[in-house]
Design a binder for this molecule. Sequence first.
Ligand SMILES: [Zn+2]
Length: 282
Amino acid sequence: MIQLYALAQALSVLLGLLVGSFLNVCIARMPEDRSVVHPPSHCPACGHNIRPYDNIPVLSWLWLRGQCRDCSSKISVLYPLIELVVGALFWLLFRRFVPDVFALNAPSLVTFGLAAIFVSMLVAMTFVDIRHYIIPDQLSIYAVPVGVLGVVLVAQLGGGHLALASGWRDSVLGAFIGGGSLGLIMVGYWVVRREEGMGMGDVKLLMMMGAFLGPLPAIPFILVVSSLAGACVGLPMAFLGKKGLRVAMPFGPFLAFAGILYVLHGPEIVAMYFPGLSFLLQ
Ligand SMILES: [Zn+2]
């Protein structure tokens, strides 16, 4: 029984590595509106297709020593790094949503699947936003129905979790309150400063997150944690840089960080630090 659970965990890491490999393709192609399934992966420098045995997560990068087999141009260390990060995240998610061998059943596994889809989109979106200052609609507003339908399917199969929206009402409300709250902050900022603090991309992103997580306590949690994380990174950068507080920094990655933290530990953090809000955790 113990071995079975260890095997299941190992499979979750393997799944994470493979999904990470696919996310690398999404990160490279989505900003350019190219298909993520066609054509097959190829070297951006010489155009040669990547052989199946050179497309194994992490290992291929290591034995090719970070170079293309055909033209020897460098392959970024970000590729294996993203695969490792997603592998680790899938392992943490698996242990949270399928906590022991007795939870190896359909309801727990689909709940894990929904959380894994959510986190995968946030990882892909983070790297696209850092590099291109955009958040693709496929990873934000177009994924709102994916969240609503996913939550409904999980509920139908008897799954679900405190850290995820509980049903279609919770999910739809989460999308509206997520998008609405950040939209209001954006309008307020514009009225006071006459400039855009955040983009519509961030509003659409928080809609997607609300659809997966529900409105309360997820949305206030994400707004507070992402602002704190943004300040921790942004203020030192502003002091070191020459542009002062007007430094341009994408906010999406901080929203993503807060969303991933919420799925992994959010309800527990709320219960520990804001016991008065525990009534929200039904
Ligand atoms: Zn090449």
